[in-house]
Ligand binder design. Structure first.
Ligand code: FES
Ligand SMILES: [Fe+2]
Length: 340
C-alpha cells in the first residue's frame, strides 16, 4: 500500500488545484447536445445551446433533484429539466415553470465559467468558488491544417495530479528514456508571469554530441497556464514552416482519478515551402507518433510518488522552479478531503 498524505492521496497537496481544466472537445458537442459529467467530485452537465454557446451547470435540478444530464432537452438558449420541465437559461436562472404563474425567484442552478480554446472546452475551477482570476489567451490558430492531428481523452492514468503531468515539460532527463528522443536541454530563459510558466527546450538529434546551434534539433516551447493546462508549440527541421501544437489538460474527477485530455494540431506558416503531400505525410506521421507517445508516461504517473525534496542532478531541468511557481494553484485548506 502506498503511504497516503493527509489528503488521502499520494500527493502532499490538495487534489483539486485552481485554473482552467478541459471537460470535452468542442467538435464532440453540437448545438442541442447534452452530456452528464463528473469533475471535481461534482455532478455536472455540459450542453450546447442552439446558438452555439457551451454551458456547464451543476447537475441537479433545484426543484426535486432530477439530473439535468439525462433526457433533458435544449430549446433555444435554455435547457429543460426532464422531470417537471422547469427551464434554465445559460446563467443558470430558472426562466419557466409549466402551469405556474410565478417562477420561484431564487430557483437557479450553479453555472461554471466556460472557455473554448484550441478545440477544447474548459471550465474554471476554484475550490472556494471564486470567479476566474484570469482568462485564457485567445491563440491565433487561423492557419490550422484542417483534419490533421489527433485528440484523445485518457481515463486510465490513475489519479495523476496535474502538477506532476505538466512537470514533464521541464523534466529534461526523461525525454530520451521515456520518449525516445535525443538529449533535451534548455533553449532560453524561463519566464514566469502570474498564471503562465514558459519554458523553451531544445531536443537534439539522437546521439548528437556536437555544438548546439539554432539549426540543430527541434524546439519545444511549453507554456503551463494555471493549474490545469499546458500548451506546447514545437518545430522540427524535418518540416520547415509547420508548427505542431499540443494542448494537454488534466482534470480531476475525484481524489482517486484524473482524466487526461490531449489535442494535437498543426499550423502552417504562410511561407511554408513544403508541398501539400509532404505536409500530409508529416502531419499523419506526427499524429501517429504523438498518439503513441501519450502512453509512454502512462505506466509511470499512476504508480509514482511525489518526492517533495528530490535528489536532482545537473542533467535535470528546472523542476524546483516549476514546483515553486505551481504552489499558487494549490487551494489553502484546513480540512483535507478523503480519497474515494
Ligand atoms: S426536478 Fe426538475 S423540474 Fe422538477
Ligand atoms: Fe513525458
Amino acid at each position: 500500500m502506498p503511504v497516503l498524505s493527509s489528503f488521502g492521496t499520494r500527493y502532499p497537496f490538495h487534489p483539486f488545484p485552481t485554473g482552467w481544466f478541459a471537460v470535452g472537445f468542442a467538435d464532440d458537442l453540437a448545438p442541442g447536445d447534452v452530456r452528464p459529467l463528473k469533475y471535481f467530485d461534482s455532478d455536472l452537465v455540459l450542453f450546447r445551446t442552439q446558438g452555439g454557446t457551451a454551458v456547464v451547470i451543476d447537475a441537479h435540478c433545484p426543484h426535486l433533484g432530477a439530473h439535468l444530464g439525462y433526457d433533458s432537452k435544449v430549446v433555444g438558449e435554455t435547457i429543460i429539466c426532464p422531470f417537471h420541465a422547469w427551464r434554465f437559461d445559460t446563467g443558470g436562472r430558472c426562466v419557466g415553470v409549466p402551469f405556474a404563474k410565478v417562477v420561484p425567484p431564487r430557483a437557479r442552478v450553479r453555472t461554471w465559467p466556460v472557455a473554448e480554446r484550441g478545440g477544447m472546452i474548459f471550465i474554471w475551477h476554484d475550490l472556494d468558488g471564486a470567479p476566474p482570476q484570469w482568462e485564457l489567451p485567445v491563440w491565433d490558430e487561423r492557419r490550422k491544417r484542417p483534419g490533421a492531428g489527433f485528440r484523445k481523452m485518457h481515463d486510465d492514468f490513475g489519479a495523476a495530479h496535474p502538477q506532476d503531468v505538466f512537470e514533464n515539460g521541464v523534466d529534461f532527463a526523461h525525454f530520451p528514456g521515456v520518449h525516445s528522443t535525443g538529449k533535451a536541454i534548455s533553449d532560453g530563459a524561463i519566464i514566469t508571469d502570474g498564471p503562465r510558466f514558459y519554458s523553451p527546450v531544445r531536443i537534439l538529434p539522437m546521439d548528437y554530441e556536437g555544438p548546439v546551434s539554432p539549426e540543430i534539433g527541434s524546439t519545444v516551447e511549453s507554456e503551463v497556464w494555471g493549474g490545469g493546462l499546458s500548451r506546447v508549440e514545437s518545430r522540427t527541421p524535418h518540416a520547415p514552416g509547420v508548427m505542431t501544437i499540443y494542448y494537454v489538460s488534466v482534470t480531476p474527477v475525484y481524489a482517486g482519478l484524473s482524466h487526461y485530455y490531449v489535442h494535437q494540431l498543426f499550423l502552417i506558416d504562410d511561407d511554408c515551402t513544403m508541398s501539400d503531400e509532404a505536409i500530409d505525410r508529416f502531419t499523419s506521421l506526427a499524429a501517429e507518433h504523438g498518439e503513441k507517445e501519450q502512453w509512454s508516461d502512462g505506466n509511470i504517473w499512476p504508480h509514482k510518488k511525489n518526492v517533495a525534496e528530490p535528489m536532482l542532478s545537473s542533467a535535470d531541468g528546472p523542476i524546483l522552479k516549476y514546483r515553486e511557481w505551481y504552489k499558487q494553484f494549490h487551494p489553502r485548506v484546513e480540512q483535507p478531503i478523503a480519497a474515494e
